[in-house]
Design a protein around this ligand. Structure first.
Ligand code: ARG
Length: 262
C-alpha cells in the first residue's frame, strides 16, 4: 500500500476524475489508514511504499505490478502522468531477494488489469484490455508467469480496469458485472465461472467490485451496500470501509492494495 500523502485530482485519465472538485487530503489519509488497519487486524502483513510528490495516483498501488508464485511482472503505465510510479514499485520488489522481478515490454497496469485464481483450473490469470493494458501484455504475462492468461475485453469507460468490473472472492470464485465486458468475453466468463456471483451496474458504479478478499473476509467500500449483501449471501464475511475520497480518483479498496503472492 502507499499512503495518499500527495493525492490530488489534477488530471483526468478516467471518467471518475473531476479536476474541478478538490479532494480532502486529511480525509483521504484517514480513510486509507482505516483500510490499512482493517487488513492488519485481520492478520495480514502490510508493506508501505513511500508516497512521492508529483505522483498523485500512487495511492492506487495495485497498478504497480502483478505477482504470481514469487514472480513479479512489472507495470508500464498507459498515461505519462503515472509512468514514474513503476520504478517505485520495482525498487520495492527488488529489495526482496526471493522475488524474481521481470520488467515488462508492453503497457500493463498490474493488478488493475490482472487477477489470479490459484484454485481455478490449476491456477489461471484473468486479464482485462480495452482501455489501459495492451493485449500484447497478456501474452507477455503468460510467458513471464507460466500460467494460462484469459483475455477479457472491457467495453465501458467507467470500468476501465478489470478490477473495477471483476474480483476474486476466494481461490476459485469470482464476482463480476457482465455489462462491463464484450458479449464474447461475457460468454467466456459464463463458461469458466458458472457459479459466479453476478453484480449489476449499480454495484459496479459504487465500486463494489473493487474489493479485496482473503477467501473469508471481503473488504469493500461502504457505498457498495447492495454488493455487501450479495457477498454475505454467498457465504463470505463482508467488511465495509469508507473510501469516498479515493473514489474521486476512480478507485477504491482493491486499487489501493497490491497483493503479494510470494
Ligand atoms: N486515477 C487512477 C487511474 O486512472 C486510478 C487507478 C485505479 N486503480 C485501479 N486498480 N483500478 O489510473
Amino acid at each position: 500500500m502507499c499512503p495518499p500523502e500527495h493525492f490530488t485530482v489534477e488530471y483526468a485519465i478516467n471518467p471518475w476524475m473531476d479536476t474541478s472538485v478538490p479532494v480532502d487530503p486529511a480525509l483521504a489519509l484517514k480513510q486509507w489508514s482505516m483500510l490499512k488497519d482493517t487488513l492488519t487486524e485481520l492478520g495480514h502483513a502490510v508493506h508501505v511504499l513511500d508516497a512521492r510528490p508529483g505522483l498523485p495516483d500512487m495511492v492506487y498501488s495495485a497498478n504497480g505490478a502483478f505477482s504470481v508464485d514469487g514472480t513479479v511482472y512489472g507495470a508500464r503505465f498507459r498515461h505519462p502522468q503515472r509512468a514514474d510510479e513503476a520504478a517505485a514499485h520495482q525498487a520495492f520488489y527488488r529489495t526482496v531477494p526471493s522475488w524474481r522481478f521481470v520488467a515488462p515490454e508492453h503497457v500493463n497496469e498490474g493488478e488493475g488489469d490482472f487477477a489470479y485464481l490459484p484454485g481455478a483450473y490449476g491456477g489461471i490469470v484473468l486479464a482485462g484490455y480495452g482501455f489501459r493494458t495492451d493485449p500484447a501484455a497478456h501474452a507477455e504475462a503468460q510467458e513471464v508467469l507460466g500460467r494460462p492468461v484469459v483475455s477479457l475485453r472491457l467495453i465501458d469507460p467507467a470500468f476501465y480496469h478489470l478490477d473495477t468490473a471483476l474480483a476474486a472472492l476466494d481461490d476459485r470464485h469470482v464476482t463480476y458485472y457482465p455489462g462491463a465486458f464484450s458479449p464474447a468475453s461475457q460468454r467466456v466468463l459464463a463458461q469458466l465461472f458458472p457459479d459466479a456471483v453476478l453484480a449489476d451496474r449499480g454495484d459496479a458504479e459504487a465500486f463494489g467490485l473493487n474489493l479485496v478478499s482473503d477467501g473469508l473476509n471481503v473488504i469493500l467500500n461502504t457505498e457498495a451496500a447492495a454488493m455487501r449483501d450479495k457477498v454475505r449471501a454467498a457465504g463470505y464475511n463482508p467488511i465495509s470501509v469508507d473510501l469516498s475520497e479515493l473514489k474521486r480518483g476512480g478507485g477504491s479498496v482493491k486499487c489501493a492494495v497490491a497483493e503479494l503472492r510470494p
